[in-house]
Design a protein around this ligand. Structure first.
Ligand SMILES: [Zn+2]
Length: 331
């Protein structure tokens, strides 16, 4: 990965080089000395590996952050799943502003830190994390030269996680089954599943074996946060970690449901849309890292720049049941 650098005279659009969930922004600026010197721009190349954040999402990888496009829309794009939080730079005569756009239908937490700073001041004291409102662009920080008599430069990184870490989320959640009243399916991998449910992120996830194309219903009321539905490949290969179609729905208490491995182009709702429990939201599939058609379902919370799955129970034939491996789920 080549890291682009920009300087304050550039008229080019902001360079967003997006790796996984870590993005790096460089800027170099040298000042004109009183008589003798003209501007000197120094470009540095950063070893790409040092900039990559490890994905937190082992089962289906970096689907949040698997960005290819460098777009900086003022409004949500037609397919907002392509980029969930983007930074935009605005250069003024005496300072540089950075704006963050959250393309999700729910809050996100943004973390920024300087990798290097020389003779600058920033209105946001870094390192810092801030909560971004949904579907809005806000000014994050302004960076200025401190002393007029010497050059200035800086480099910072940023990363983000869906959800608001301040949300008061119940430790145990209760939900309706994510499929039609007439259907019944087995849990193929429950909590703490040895195949792929053993990290903080997936410990309380559940896999429900069901044929591709099964109609998926929302387990709760909520707001659609993000949609990925363009992937069309699936299989048990690590290469597909980042290629699961996923729908994320924010619940009233700030927890988030994820419905993963969905059929391509099957999502029936839009970003920011309110959904009701039982509403049809998508069709199941077999996209991404998956050994066969199933729905991966989990309830997550942002615990501070990190997503954690939390335990829940499904309403199964009138009783609240922990979705253990092998349990038959039916209404
Ligand atoms: Zn799973």
């Amino acid at each position: 990965m080549a890291i682009k650098l920009s300087n304050f005279r550039s008229k080019q659009p902001p360079d967003l080089q997006i790796t996984f969930k870590l993005k790096v922004r460089n800027l170099h600026r040298s000042h004109i000395g009183s008589f003798l010197f003209i501007l000197l721009f120094i470009l540095l190349l950063i070893p790409p590996d040092s900039l990559k954040a490890k994905t937190l999402y082992p089962e289906y990888g970096n689907w949040f952050f698997n960005q290819k496009k460098n777009v900086h829309p003022k409004k949500p794009p037609a397919e907002p799943n392509k980029e969930l939080v983007s930074l935009r730079k605005r250069e003024l005569s005496d300072r540089i502003q950075y704006y963050a756009y959250n393309h999700m239908g729910g809050p996100a937490q943004l973390y920024m830190d300087f990798l290097r700073q020389d003779n600058i001041s920033s209105t946001l004291k870094l390192p810092a994390s801030i909560t971004l409102p949904p579907l809005k662009e806000i000014l994050v920080t302004e960076i200025k030269q401190k002393s007029r008599f010497s050059g200035w430069s800086f480099k910072f990184s940023y990363t983000y996680v869906p959800g608001n870490p301040q949300s008061k989320i119940k430790e145990l959640q209760y939900y309706h089954l994510p499929f039609a009243n007439t259907d019944s399916y087995f849990v193929s991998q429950g909590f703490n599943g040895r195949f792929s449910h053993y990290t903080d992120y997936s410990r309380y996830a559940v896999d429900i074996a069901m044929p591709e194309g099964t109609i998926i219903h929302s387990v709760s009321d909520g707001i659609v946060m993000s949609i990925a539905e363009d992937f069309d490949r699936g299989g048990a290969t690590q290469k597909l970690l980042s290629q699961a179609n996923v729908l994320r729905i924010l619940h009233d208490d700030g927890s988030m449901a994820i419905y993963a491995h969905l059929l391509p182009d099957s999502v029936q709702v839009r970003i920011g849309q309110a959904v009701k429990v039982g509403q049809i939201i998508a069709r199941s599939g077999n996209t991404g890292f998956s050994t066969g058609p199933h729905l991966h379902f989990a309830i997550e919370k942002n615990v501070g720049m990190q997503l954690k799955s939390i335990p829940f129970k499904f309403l199964v034939q009138g009783k609240w049941r922990t979705p253990e491996t092998g349990l038959l789920l039916r209404h």
